[in-house]
Design a protein around this ligand. Structure first.
Ligand code: ZN
Length: 550
């Protein structure tokens, strides 16, 4: 039975040790209180973060109290201090970079990337202020680990007498109540919950996708009619290329000298948007039947499977790593192709330029099959921009007047991004020329999964859901047809009427169906930008935002 008097006596006896323990463990909490005040945009979220962190800290203090021996207490204390410091740093860092709370969907991005990309992602946001934040977050646990580790005898815990069962019981109660409070009231502030939810969502998305989309054929897809004549199509899937930085779309720098040369031969669609600003979230819709209007995901299939079941040989040639610490979703979709080539498979993947795909595309084009679709997944203009192009493409210097936030840093980033776009221009044109030289019934279509905002509308570089802006949604979308293709498909003559119409990339599968001339259950000509029946629809982005009213 709990004897209150005895308990109070115990606490009184240890009040000094207890107070100093609380004080030591409260350093990360103080960081949230002080630095959070400046970084967290509104009062209520600020207070919630502070209170949630009080409970967090309580859980760890409880754990230290429960630990039996002084040695164990020492290790639990070091561990707890590090955990709390990391949590505080991640939370504050996230507020600093994105001006918003860490959420399960915002950490989702890390699961799509491999180690290299993730470290690039982090390093590209590491500026002086973040380094100062890291310093203050970690100097304390480093120092304390040393003090506790090397100076155990002098350490106050040796005089700790809190080993009575009552204190233990009280500690267990403290842990229990704090966990309950976090679970019930502060889920959205709990890093552990956010991470586990995000991992769960990601696994679920992947499992759904793998079940249906990784196989060559898909029972959900029933092709009604398709042609059998020889045809070659290349679908180029770009990466992080915004049309805001493309000369082809009116940018004030020569970022598309090679595509401009053949502009008259291209169908340049002027108003196409990505459904999301993250690769996996965008491509899981762009490359499948899935879209925001809630198409039954159970019956989903992909453009790769559509090509397979329309008697095409299919190739998936990618410069994005097939495996990270998780296999990425575009890789699963691509794995339905009959021939798969991933050139980025070693540690240096992130410096392999897209031109290394060209010989692979060329040999796919020259393979003997009469009907084939080649999907090309570029690394495109993904951060870190300066790693996306060889030295001779270091073309742009000085400040571009269009840059909204002009600093030395933004000048460099804009120049690097524009260089990468200019290099991407070369890659896309080169692919078109390869296809042209085959002199066949052929088409090329190019789009990007989403764009980047490079100081165009905000003081930010890159793409992220919490910072979503028009440059991240506005993507290039263009097509090229061979002479023989045009002759065989006179129905495309009227497509130039669609060039300025608003279109959503999530409906790419319908346009693709027209390009390869296949009919199937679920096909909808009014959603195909390559069809005269095309109708403008509400363009939903990132769950329930109407892009055209945004
Ligand atoms: Zn992307």
């Amino acid at each position: 039975m709990l004897n209150c008097k005895k308990l109070i006596k115990d606490i009184k006896l240890n009040i000094k040790a207890l107070a100093s323990l609380v004080l030591i463990m409260s350093y990360p909490l103080m960081m949230i209180v002080v630095i959070g005040w400046f970084l967290i945009p509104h009062l209520m979220p600020y207070l919630r973060e502070v209170v949630a962190f009080v409970f967090f800290t309580s859980v760890f203090i409880g754990l230290i109290l429960v630990a039996k021996s002084v040695v164990l207490k020492k290790w639990v204390m070091i561990f707890s201090l590090w955990m709390l410091s990391v949590f505080a740093f991640v939370k504050l860092g996230f507020y600093y970079i994105f001006g918003a709370k860490l959420s399960s969907s915002s950490v989702f991005v890390f699961f799509e990337t491999n180690y290299n990309e993730a470290s690039e992602f982090i390093s590209s946001y590491f500026d002086a202020k973040l380094i100062v934040l890291a310093f203050f977050s970690f100097i304390y646990p480093i120092l304390y680990s040393c003090i506790i580790g090397f100076n155990l005898k002098k350490f106050y815990l040796s005089s700790f007498h809190l080993y009575s069962n009552k204190i233990k019981l009280l500690s267990v109660l403290l842990i229990f109540l704090s966990v309950i409070a976090l679970q019930r009231r502060f889920k959205a502030e709990s890093i552990v919950f956010i991470l586990s939810k995000s991992i769960e969502e990601y696994k679920e998305t992947k499992a759904n996708i793998r079940k249906d989309l990784a196989q060559e054929t898909n029972p959900n897809l029933s092709v009604i009619a398709n042609k059998t004549d020889s045809q070659v199509g290349v679908v180029i899937i770009g990466e992080a290329t915004s049309r805001w930085h493309m000369q082809l779309y009116g940018y004030n720098r020569e970022t598309n000298p090679l595509l401009m040369e053949i502009k008259d031969e291209l169908l340049v669609f002027n108003d196409v948007i990505a459904p999301n600003v993250m690769t996996i979230r965008s491509l899981e819709k762009a490359l499948t039947l899935k879209c925001y209007e809630g198409f039954d995901v159970e019956n989903n299939f992909s453009v790769v499977q559509l090509a397979n079941q329309s008697d095409f040989e299919t190739f998936w040639i990618s410069n994005q790593e097939p495996v990270g610490y998780t296999e990425s979703i575009p890789t699963i979709i691509g794995s339905a192709a009959k021939t798969k080539e991933f050139i980025a498979t070693d540690d240096y993947s992130h410096t392999i330029y897209d031109e290394n795909l060209l010989p692979r595309i060329n040999s796919a084009l020259k393979s003997k099959e009469g009907r084939k679709i080649i999907f090309v997944h570029l690394i495109g203009t993904h951060r870190v921009y300066s790693k996306r192009y060889p030295d001779e493409y270091s073309h742009f210097k000085g400040v571009n007047e269009r840059t909204k936030y002009k600093t030395e840093y933004s000048k460099d980033k804009v120049n690097e991004y524009d260089n990468a776009i200019r290099y991407n221009d070369y890659v896309v044109r080169e692919i078109i020329e390869q296809v042209r030289s085959m002199n066949e019934n052929s088409f090329v279509v190019y789009f990007s999964d989403h764009g980047d905002d490079v100081f165009d509308t905000q003081d930010f570089v890159g793409h992220h859901g919490n910072k979503a802006s028009k440059p991240m949604h506005d993507i290039p979308f263009l097509a090229w047809f061979s002479e023989s293709y045009k002759l065989k498909n006179p129905r495309f003559d009227s497509i130039s009427n669609n060039l300025d119409k608003p279109h959503a990339l999530e409906d790419f599968i319908y346009g693709f169906s027209d390009l390869i001339d296949v009919d199937y259950k679920a096909y909808d000509s009014s959603r195909s930008i390559f069809n005269k029946d095309y109708k403008i629809k509400t363009r939903w982005i990132r769950n329930e935002i109407d892009y055209d009213k945004w």
